[in-house]
Design a protein around this ligand. Structure first.
Ligand SMILES: Cc1ncc(COP(=O)(O)O)c(C=O)c1O
Length: 404
């Protein structure tokens, strides 16, 4: 991908200033273009747009200056050529996949995915005759059997939701490229980087083609917007935006403004979330009511070595498994005073959720086993509160579990 020298600046600087580092005039805060349409100078503007002049503003489902500013900034932050912003993470995922696959094509993925992505694959793509094959994320050699000449997309998430397993990105890219050569096809490798974020993990450095993130989470960071992003080559992003025009997955300008504002504190927030999550995971590790603490930053994590290789820090997500199953998990979640019992993740507030009651609700026992999800699991999205308050809160709530 072609990059400018702005990519040499630190992540925090890119997130705050975007392309405006040397601008001499103009507002410091990005203005909100809260408009659905744009005034033409004269009718020739419509003709120029139709002939491909992208400088002519026409309609907000096609483009919007507030949104474009955020897209440029996120492309810089993620070290990518271009970015497209969508109305949600699922809008970004569905647009990416549908822009790359047609009837008869195949996707190789894993069941260890965000439940919404898995359901989209299982319940929707099936009807479009797009077939998804699943492998265990820790058995990447299976790609050698499952990728065929029909494979158009290889789609993985790392760390996975909610089990915090890792996928070896380098290995994934290596095997996929090998199979691409064998079949002389073109396969797009997509990584959902929502849990790690661009602060902790840089999939492009391993040769991944497209990064997807639910910006509802860490990029937004305040539990007040829905958004999703795709980052990739200019060519891919133009294709995805072309489809998005038809699907109407366009972001609202006010959301783009809120996201723009959030990006300025992204690095500060996520750094603190990394620190808090590590300390909380360590503090809960030896708790007598907890059977497992899953956190890639702990040496006890089965893939800690891989985490050290492909992540620079380990993120703000911690999953614990309490003794006593789902009843005990409910007891803890209903007795927390600082952490909030709510779905979603990545915000400044600590949130907890029980996967079998949220992302993995209504899945069969076989599916839960395939996803590695157990009834006593609690997923914690660690926020930026004082860490001593969080530790005390979890200890008092865990104290409410009475094991027989
Ligand atoms: C890892 C991951 N990817 C994608 C999504 C979907 O994003 P959104 O809810 O913004 O549509 C989520 C939502 O929780 C997620 O956790």
């Amino acid at each position: 991908m072609k990059k400018t020298k702005l990519y040499n600046l630190s992540l925090a600087t890119r997130a705050i200033h975007g392309k405006h580092l040397h601008a001499f005039k103009g507002p410091v805060a990005t203005p909100i273009y809260q408009t659905s349409t744009y005034r033409f100078k004269n009718s020739n503007d419509a003709v120029r747009y139709a002939k491909g002049d992208s400088s002519v503003l026409v309609y907000t489902r096609y483009h919007n200056p507030t949104t474009n500013e955020v897209e440029d900034r996120i492309a810089l932050m993620e070290n990518g050529e271009a970015c497209a912003l969508f109305a949600s993470g699922m809008a970004a995922i569905s647009t990416a996949v549908l822009s790359l696959c047609k009837s008869g094509d195949e996707i190789v993925s894993t069941p260890a995915l965000y439940g919404g992505t898995y359901r989209f694959y299982r319940d929707t793509l099936h009807g479009y005759n797009i077939h998804v094959k699943y492998i265990n994320p820790n058995a990447l050699d299976d790609l050698l059997h499952l990728i065929t000449s029909k494979t158009k997309v290889v789609y993985f998430e790392t760390p996975t939701n909610p089990t915090l397993r890792l996928v070896d990105i380098e290995q994934l890219v290596k095997i996929t490229r090998q199979m691409e050569k064998k079949y002389r096809t073109s396969i797009t490798i997509i990584i959902d980087n929502t849990f790690a974020t661009c602060l902790n993990q840089k999939p492009f450095e391993y040769g991944v083609d497209v990064i997807m993130e639910s910006a509802t989470k860490y990029l937004g960071g305040h539990a007040d917007i829905m958004a999703g992003v795709l980052i990739g080559t200019k060519q891919f992003i133009e294709k995805a935006k072309g489809l998005s025009k038809h699907l109407g997955a366009t972001p609202d300008p006010f959301m783009s403004f809120l996201l723009d504002r959030s990006l300025k504190t992204f690095e500060l927030r996520v750094r603190r979330q990394n620190e808090n999550a590590y300390v909380l995971a360590r503090a809960l590790k030896r708790h007598p009511k907890i059977s497992r603490v899953l956190y890639p930053g702990l040496p006890s994590h089965p893939q800690h070595k891989l985490a050290k290789k492909q992540m620079s820090a380990y993120g703000g997500m911690v999953t614990i498994e309490v003794k006593g199953g789902v009843k005990a998990a409910v007891k803890v979640c209903d007795n927390l005073n600082v952490a909030i019992n709510a779905m979603s993740l990545g915000g400044v507030e600590t949130l907890v959720s029980i996967p079998v009651y949220s992302s993995h609700i209504n899945m069969t026992n076989a599916e839960l086993a395939q996803h590695g999800v157990t009834p006593g699991m609690i997923r914690i999205s660690v926020g930026v509160e004082g860490i001593d308050d969080l530790i005390a809160d979890f200890r008092q709530a865990l104290g409410k579990i009475h094991l027989k």
